[in-house]
Design a binder for this molecule. Structure first.
Ligand SMILES: [Zn+2]
Length: 406
């Protein structure tokens, strides 16, 4: 008999599920709301008003409580799965309920509460002050930096920030060897009870690659601009990014090669990055757009002038970003998307770096570095760096690094 039921259920599955859900929802009010404290969970499509009514609060009280709540909480911020505590008492009229209190935990640092007073409902906010705690993390790399960070319990935001600041100097596909290490110090914002509310700033990060350690420190300069600097006070930011595309593999390098379409040996004047069509392409550096449109064998093409010497070009794009010749672009800004327009065998980015108009190998170019701190700012930076180095010694060493040293 049971196989018959299974097949019948499978046939009318979704319908039955909906019917069962409706039944379940309909069954709830049958349970008469009783005085006491109830915990409700916000469901899909719920409003606080609906939850209050479901719990048994009279409609007019639910409306009054809701309007008081708006003073401390935006109803749009209500999340599915969020818990609400509702306190109901027996009303003077026999069989009716009286809404006494509504308690809504909003986040680790904040709760809101509505309490019935003599003259209606009063909204209260319970804010727990947060303190900043420094956390020292790190480990050794077996497969990728990101994977190791996750395994060592480092928040994703901090790993992303670390990858961003090192990507000017480190080619994450080619420079990292198994056994390389990294370390970082970041802020954690927590309550007095030690509950973590959020993560703060990445203060320090280092990478040890094939025995050489690069250390970077966060510093905010006099104009409020935040950057990461090495021990000598030089910014990690380079005039040009190492790769203007995220996570792509080099499929063809610079130099003489047998052309895949033309068949004969010719000079390949750029590097090709294989990536799916539509992958965003970033401006390698700040600059001004000099060419922006279809360009023969290059297909859809962008050329950016970065300064008196350097310019970069991006070819075979599927489409452009909303820019034009003369537009100013910032480093990392999206200028277009990977495609296979022009003379191309498949979706890829053909990327060129030019010095005074002549293509050079983008991988061998000695990139001019960003600014170096000097004078008063350098002194300030050195102070911050020394303090951080001192503080780091007082923080527990990441377990994996301690182990690796034994
Ligand atoms: Zn190419």
């Amino acid at each position: 008999m049971s196989p018959t039921i299974v097949s019948a259920a499978a046939k009318t599955g979704p319908k039955k599920a909906v019917a069962a859900q409706a039944k379940e929802a309909a069954a709830e009010p049958a349970e008469p709301p009783a005085p006491g404290v109830r915990s409700e969970t916000i469901r899909k499509g719920d409003t606080l008003g609906a939850v209050l009514t479901r719990a048994g609060a009279p409609n007019n009280q639910a409306a009054d409580a809701f309007s008081a709540l708006r003073n401390v909480f935006n109803p749009k911020d209500l999340q599915i799965g969020q818990k609400v505590e509702i306190e109901l008492a027996s009303a003077e009229t026999e069989g009716n309920l009286d809404l006494k209190r509504l308690f809504l935990p909003v986040s680790v640092e904040r709760d809101v509460e509505i309490v019935k007073g003599e003259n209606g409902y009063i909204a209260k906010e319970i804010v727990r002050p947060l303190k900043t705690v420094m956390i020292r993390g790190g480990g050794t790399i077996d497969s990728s930096l990101f994977v190791s960070g996750t395994e060592n319990g480092i928040p994703v935001e901090m790993m992303m920030e670390m990858i961003r600041i090192f990507s000017f100097d480190v080619d994450f596909q080619r420079d990292i060897q198994p056994g390389d290490g990294y370390e970082l110090v970041y802020e954690q914002r927590q309550t007095d009870a030690g509950k973590v509310a959020k993560f703060g700033r990445l203060q320090y990060a280092s990478m040890t690659l094939s025995g050489t350690t690069i250390k970077l420190y966060r510093f905010e300069d006099g104009s409020g601009f935040v950057d990461y600097y090495n021990g000598k006070g030089e910014s990690v930011r380079k005039a040009l990014l190492k790769t203007p595309i995220d996570g792509a593999k080099i499929t063809s390098s610079f130099g003489a090669r047998r052309h895949p379409i033309l068949g004969y040996t010719a000079m390949h004047k750029g590097i090709d990055f294989g990536a799916p069509s539509g992958t965003p392409i970033m401006a390698a550096g700040d600059g001004t757009i000099r060419k922006y449109g279809p360009n023969g064998a290059y297909g859809n093409y962008v050329q950016i002038q970065h300064n008196g010497t350097y310019s970069t070009a991006y070819a075979h794009m599927s489409r452009f970003a909303d820019l034009r010749v003369g537009s100013r672009v910032r480093q990392g800004q999206i200028v277009g998307y990977v495609g296979t327009t022009g003379r191309s065998t498949g979706p890829h980015l053909h990327y060129e770096v030019m010095v005074d108009g002549t293509q050079i190998n983008p991988l061998s170019v000695k990139l001019p570095s960003g600014r170096a701190l000097a004078g008063k700012e350098l002194k300030q930076f050195q102070g911050i760096m020394q303090e951080l180095d001192r503080k780091m010694l007082t923080l527990p060493e990441p377990a994996q690094l301690a182990q690796a040293r034994e």
